[in-house]
Design a protein around this ligand. Structure first.
Ligand code: GCW
Length: 614
């Protein structure tokens, strides 16, 4: 009886809903203009007047409170400053009560946006910042972007790609960045820029970018001054150096610490920081297992960085795969402040075409790398000019979840998905349709692992675009580290990358207990099995099946999961507005086709080894 009532309410909501295109994200509040708001006059007060459905709210300041924290008690929101009040306001709007403070002071989006308006690994249209810079429409878009971020506590944006153009630091672009910074500031968002290490040469016409050259250091100091004159609260620089062809201190036989410290000194007087990426492989490490290279490259720099430098590392040691063990660099660098870089844009997880809810993957990472080990968190954004911002309606959940986890990594993936479904689709998870969609989201990441690369397989993607399968991928003209065959090592004897002590010994980079756990095939969790071990096709798995049989079962399960998502979505039809239902349905069909293709291509290829008579 109760269930029927909920169904009816959900049905009425769906039927009376206006056409929805996803542009309002999770902020679909109606403008009610009902509440009487007293106390501090600020942006928070305006938001409450427009959207709060209660009668009264009071906004109060308490300067003894922690930065960004808020308290919601009765009809009063209290915070240290206006930004805290704004966070408290959005929390009240989504139904929260009580006290809350963020885990990290740095909760930053990294945009890989290019100055020509394109986005590296962007799957939701062109750049909101650079495609048509500085028009009224763009400025409004950026205001909406700021509001969406503030509603989930994100407080920093790196506007441009880590593969950075030196032009970013030219006077004209600095003016543009100032315009954007002025819009983002009232929402508590600081602006940061990615910089090209060779900028003093490209832009400044110096003969070198050697970090120990006094002219180079002076150039960066002058540049920092120029930026801070326009943007006094500018956050600092993000740097990809000596990685994938980018310039860096290594070009002058200087260390990462020497490069980072020179930049750190330039921004230090203004309170700026340097986020230095550890995603470095290739050149100096010929022949070394790629997943070991970041540690080898940085270990000698530990403790040598200035206090305003933060080492930023991807969650896994390879590259944003659907599943990776955590990156051991988080264990190694004991004397260096560290940030984790997560990827919200689903480069290797079906991009904006597959429904994959990423919160469970990020939670998995936090179960290995304790949040208290980190000083901040960065997420590679999935935002573009598409009407619904993220391409796939459900990819919005990943932006939302990143912000919520950046605020509180102890939230569960379920809690976040429930909040998101309630706000985005007006669906309560105490109703059957809400429950079904929640289950679909929660199962989606494991499904993706299963139909793409189960059991610790990795990087068997098609060359360069990283979308479909190419397990036989090999091109002699490219570095081996870009070729799928290097990663799965399949032959008639077996499959998997031997990284235990008899192989590349990558396991030795881990702290205990993981070092021993991963090194021993008997204790290595099966989800990482082929990441760390090369095993015969008839190796006996925990369920008694052979490795080959078990692998086939995983691929089959991945496909049948997506079949089930389509069924769930079909049943949800009465409760979802037409446009978003249809657009999602089309993508789910596409995802099913892709999942079947992954299964076919991978199993057909591996079968040539697994079933070949020895
Ligand atoms: O995942 C790889 C991507 C590159 C990216 C690089 C990086 C920005 O394929 O497109 O470049 O990582 O993180 O630097």
């Amino acid at each position: 009886m109760k269930k029927t009532a909920c169904f009816t309410i959900a049905l009425i909501c769906a039927l009376t809903a206006v056409a929805e295109d996803g542009s309002r994200l999770w902020l679909r509040y109606e403008r009610v203009q009902k509440a009487c708001v007293t106390g501090v006059e600020c942006l928070a007060a305006k938001e409450l007047r427009d959207y709060y459905d209660g009668e009264r709210v009071r906004l109060e300041l308490d300067t003894t409170m922690a930065q960004d924290a808020y308290r919601i008690e009765g009809v009063t929101i209290t915070a240290k400053n206006e930004i805290g009040l704004l966070y408290g306001t959005y929390a009240l709007l989504r139904g929260e009560k009580g006290y809350s403070a963020p885990q990290w002071p740095l909760r930053i989006l990294n945009h890989w946006d290019n100055l020509d308006g394109s986005i590296e690994r962007g799957y939701a249209g062109n750049s909101i910042f650079f495609h048509v810079p500085n028009t009224p429409t763009t400025l409004q878009k950026i205001r909406d972007y700021a509001r969406a971020n503030a509603s989930i506590g994100i407080n920093g944006s790196v506007l441009n790609n880590v593969n950075a153009s030196a032009k970013m630091l030219s006077a004209g672009y600095i003016k543009l960045v100032k315009t954007y910074a002025d819009i983002l500031r009232p929402y508590g968002i600081k602006v940061y820029l990615s910089v090209n290490f060779a900028s003093p040469m490209t832009l400044g016409k110096l003969k070198t970018a050697d970090p120990l050259d006094p002219q180079v250091a002076a150039w960066w100091k002058a540049k920092a001054k120029e930026i801070y004159t326009e943007i006094p609260d500018f956050g600092g620089f993000l740097v990809k150096a000596n990685s994938e062809g980018q310039p860096g201190p290594g070009d002058y036989h200087r260390t990462h610490a020497e490069g980072a410290n020179m930049l750190a000194d330039a921004v230090k007087p203004y309170g700026g920081i340097i986020m230095w990426r550890s995603f470095v492989y290739g050149a100096n490490h010929k022949g070394e297992d790629r997943v070991k290279q970041a540690v080898s490259e940085f270990v000698n720099d530990d403790g040598k960085f200035r206090d305003n430098v933060i080492l930023q590392s991807k969650n896994g040691p390879l590259d944003f795969q659907p599943r990776e063990p955590y990156a051991p660099i988080f264990d190694t660098m004991q004397h260096t402040p560290q940030m984790a870089e997560l990827q919200i844009t689903q480069e290797y997880l079906g991009q904006s075409r597959h429904l994959v809810y990423l919160a469970p993957m990020w939670q998995e990472f936090f179960s290995f790398v304790k949040p208290s080990r980190l000083v901040g968190i960065a997420g590679v954004a999935n935002i573009g000019l598409d009407t619904n911002w993220c391409g796939h309606h459900f990819s919005q959940a990943n932006w939302y979840a990143f912000g919520r986890l950046a605020w509180n990594p102890n939230l569960t993936s379920e809690e976040i998905a429930k909040e998101w479904l309630a706000q985005t689709f007006s669906l309560s998870c105490s109703t059957a349709p809400g429950k079904a969609l929640l289950a679909m989201m929660m199962r989606s990441r494991e499904a993706c692992v299963d139909y793409m690369m189960p059991l610790g397989l990795h990087h068997i993607f098609k060359f360069d675009h990283h979308y479909g399968p190419e397990p036989d991928g090999f091109k002699a003209e490219y570095p081996l580290e870009w070729c799928p065959v290097y990663y799965h090592q399949a032959d008639t004897a077996g499959i998997g990358f031997n990284r235990n002590h008899t192989g590349t010994n990558a396991t030795a980079q881990y702290a205990e207990p993981y070092r021993s756990l991963y090194d021993d095939v008997k204790t290595c969790p099966e989800e990482y099995l082929l990441w760390f071990h090369h095993l015969p096709w008839d190796y006996c798995m925990k369920d008694g099946a052979t490795l080959w049989e078990n692998m086939q079962a995983h691929y089959n399960r991945g496909v049948s999961e997506v079949e089930d998502f389509l069924r769930i979505w079909q049943e949800a039809k009465p409760y979802i507005d037409e446009q978003r239902w249809k657009e999602t349905d089309e993508r789910l069909h596409h995802q099913l086709d892709n999942a079947r293709e992954w299964r076919k291509v991978c199993l057909d290829y591996f079968r040539t080894f697994a079933e070949k008579k020895k």
